[in-house]
Design a protein around this ligand. Structure first.
Ligand code: ADP
Ligand code: MG
Length: 715
């Protein structure tokens, strides 16, 4: 029996009454397995004594005290009991808020085992959070490490401790191990039945540590087994007939790719070149490509995607040397703004080399849409760029060979699958400008190949970043004015679209007005945010791209992808309110041309008005750290690592769909070493024995079959 197979309902646990079972069900705990996997959030170490005098050196005191006397303070309903106690090291006071009944239970002159969190207040050592039992009676709540469970309404520590202890007695013994015994021995881990018991009720802190290590390793091991299997499955599917191409090409550029490159005013960077070679090799191979392209903002990923698309489109000699009809490529972008920009670039760059591109969004009118869909189904369109409209049900491709997902973190797994299903094992290229820290890339995208563009196009100067207090904003405006006078353009970004009376914040709409009328009088200022209609947004962006607009006032809609090389200033007001990834992306909108670019992070320092709103306006520690990180770093990978430290993996964009939230004990960042070990182990086993048929691996196969972990997520 594996732990996850304990599907019996919680009322099979002795002593679990209907009321407790109902309360558990409300908290989502419906089975014995779910209860045993309801892990403590903390443990109280009552395994050895901590005298009163040592209260500040440990989280809690654990000692034997004698009650000296009772006294009361306050009046009426507020009357509160104080119990004076002492142990060998000193004296203290137990403050019994709302517990007058303790008068009868803690009797002067008697001795008690006492556990409590103490603090120094009003000249005495006090505790109001304490538990005790008479020294005379049996040792119950002492002498061990006690679990502390996260609680929700209707549940209490006592209930969890009692039911879980009982469930362990009834069910834990026969539980089978889930990791290979060789690994358990090698790493000094615990058998599963002991690990689960010890994680709830460890005999000592050392045992708890071993139990934790065991459960963490088990989780990460299965995560990696699942990832490893997926990688193998992809490589072990029958070679795709339509991919049988001339051997020995070794990633070299195709005719169309060369034609495009010849027309460009620049050549590929070394990083772009290497990525294109890797992509060509994949696409020429017999198996579908699954590649993640990582490159900082501005590294030129779009061009790499276009080159990949050309490779997919290109007529290739089939088996008998005949030309096969062209394939199709779909390029998926998260926002209409970005999709349109890609579509315009595709038209500009690819039409001249004989490609037929198209642009598909949800806003297309009926007639245009129906024509476009017909052309797509007939194969009269080679490359289609668009938003999620690309995988609507009625969109049919004649022969979809490549799917490019730009800003992949904006899409969920199901969306990716929906578009992949439109072709017969199409190649997949995912692009990410929010660099994914190595630790995470290895797991979340563990079955994908990764290309990294480490360099930026030559001549790019790192963006100069400055911090400015809101009270100094005129200096920033003066600076921007000089840049505008030199013919450059600027972005101003705000956290809100419109004024909000509850927040003392600048908003894009009012500032567009103010900047246009007062600050930059005579300059053309335009506003863009998500509430405007698409046509208006399109016109504004086009005018900005053409240089007809000097200042673009925006919200974070301009965060992803927008590429206007002549813009040299990015002013982010209330910068402390933006996350690191957003700040880095926003800053990446400038520094795209030859000229020096600047980013101003303007933060609020004004005294709040009204003063009660102070709490929401102070620059938080995290806010300060983010600004500092931005000031000191230009490298997106470093910033991503910092972001991870600040927020934890659960918060990083894109991770929520990846299965991380279903990890119970492991944390891929904190447990990076275990993760690496689990990955090596899992991959080695799968390589040697892909079917998991060897006797020592049957257990893994059985777990995957009978009690699959992470069953609620598609990895
Ligand atoms: P990102 O990787 O952030 O998506 P883009 O693809 O938007 O970056 O490219 C940023 C800018 O760099 C574009 O204006 C593009 O034309 C330009 N660019 C791309 N590759 C090169 C190159 N090899 N040399 C010079 N400029 C380039
Ligand atoms: Mg991009």
């Amino acid at each position: 029996m594996f732990l996850r197979e304990l599907t019996a309902s919680a009322d099979h646990i002795k002593g679990a009454g209907p009321a407790s079972v109902k309360a558990l069900a409300k908290a989502g705990i419906n089975s014995v397995a779910a209860l045993l996997c309801y892990y403590p959030r903390d443990w109280e170490d009552r395994s050895h004594s901590v005298p009163l005098a040592d209260y500040s050196r440990y989280p809690a005191v654990c000692t034997v005290v004698r009650v000296i006397a009772h006294d009361w303070f306050g009046f009426g309903a507020m009357k509160t009991l104080k119990i004076h106690v002492e142990d060998e090291s000193g004296r203290a006071v137990l403050v019994c808020f709302n517990r007058p009944f303790l008068e009868k239970q803690l009797v002067p002159g008697m001795q008690y085992r006492l556990w409590g969190r103490f603090y120094y207040k009003y000249g005495e050592l006090q505790s109001s959070a304490f538990e005790f039992e008479p020294v005379e009676g049996a040792v119950k709540g002492f002498g061990h490490v006690l679990p502390v469970y996260p609680l929700t309404a209707g549940l209490n520590q006592g209930l969890f401790r009692r039911l879980i202890r009982q469930a362990l007695t009834q069910y834990a013994k026969p539980l089978e191990d889930e990791i290979p015994s060789a690994i358990i021995q090698r790493d000094g881990l615990l058998p599963k039945s002991e690990a689960i018991r010890a994680y709830h009720f460890p005999a000592s802190v050392e045992e708890l540590d071993r139990a934790r290590k065991t459960l963490i390793y088990e989780e990460l091991f299965y995560l990696e087994v699942i990832i490893g299997r997926r990688a193998l499955e992809r490589k072990n599917t029958a070679p795709l007939v339509h991919k049988k191409r001339e051997a020995g090409k070794d990633g070299e550029l195709s005719a169309l790719q060369r034609r495009l490159l010849e027309r460009l005013p620049f050549s590929l960077t070394a990083g772009q070149s290497a990525a294109v070679t890797e992509i060509n090799q994949d696409m020429d191979g017999e198996y579908p490509m699954a590649r993640l392209l990582q490159g900082d903002v501005g590294s030129g990923k779009t061009l790499v995607a276009f080159l990949a698309a050309l490779r997919a489109v290109e007529s290739l000699s089939g088996e008998g040397g005949q030309a096969s009809p062209p394939g199709q490529a779909a390029i998926l972008a998260p926002t209409e703004l970005l999709a349109r920009q890609h579509a315009e670039n595709a038209a500009r760059l690819l039409e001249p080399v004989g490609i037929r591109p198209a642009f598909l969004t949800g806003n297309l009118k009926a007639a245009g849409r129906s024509n476009l869909l017909k052309a797509l189904a007939a194969g009269d369109i080679d490359i289609v760029v668009g938003t999620h409209a690309l995988f609507s049900r009625d969109v049919v491709y004649r022969d979809l060979r490549l799917v490019v997902v730009d800003e992949q973190h904006r899409f969920g797994v199901t969306q990716r699958q929906a578009i992949m299903a439109k072709g017969d094992h199409p190649d997949l290229l995912m692009m990410s400008a929010t660099p994914i820290p190595r630790t995470l890339a290895l797991t979340v995208f563990g079955d994908m190949d990764v290309s990294v563009i480490p360099d930026l196009p030559p001549g790019r100067k790192p963006v100069k970043t400055h911090l400015a207090k809101e009270s100094n904003e005129t200096k920033v405006y003066d600076f921007v004015r000089k840049e505008l006078a030199a013919g450059h353009q600027a972005y101003f970004v705000y956290p809100l679209i419109e004024a909000d009376i509850n927040k003392d914040l600048k908003d894009a709409a009012s500032m567009a007005d103010r900047l246009g009328r007062q600050v930059f009088k005579g300059m053309r200022v335009a506003l863009v945010h998500s509430k405007l209609d698409e046509e208006e947004k399109r016109r504004t962006m086009e005018a900005f791209r053409l240089g007809e607009i000097a200042i673009l006032v925006a919200t974070s809609v301009v965060e992803v992808g927008v590429d206007v090389p002549n813009a040299t200033c990015m002013v982010i007001e209330h910068a402390e309110r933006f996350g690191l990834a957003a700040l880095h992306q926003l800053r990446g909108r400038v520094g795209r041309g030859e000229a020096q670019s600047y980013c101003f992070l303007v933060y609020s320092d004004a005294p709040p008005d009204p003063p009660e709103s102070f709490a929401q306006d102070v620059l938080t520690e995290d806010g300060k750290t983010r600004l500092k990180v931005m000031l000191e770093n230009n490298d997106g990978f470093v910033i991503a690592e910092e972001d991870l430290k600040l927020r934890g993996p659960g918060q990083i964009a894109g991770i929520e769909q990846s299965g991380y939230l279903s990890l119970g004990v492991a944390d891929p960042i904190r447990d990076a070493a275990e993760l690496a070990r689990a990955r090596t182990d899992a991959f080695a086993i799968l390589e040697e024995d892909p079917g998991l048929l060897l006797p020592e691996h049957r257990r893994i196969a059985a777990v995957l079959e009978r009690a699959p972990p992470f069953s609620n997520v598609t990895l």
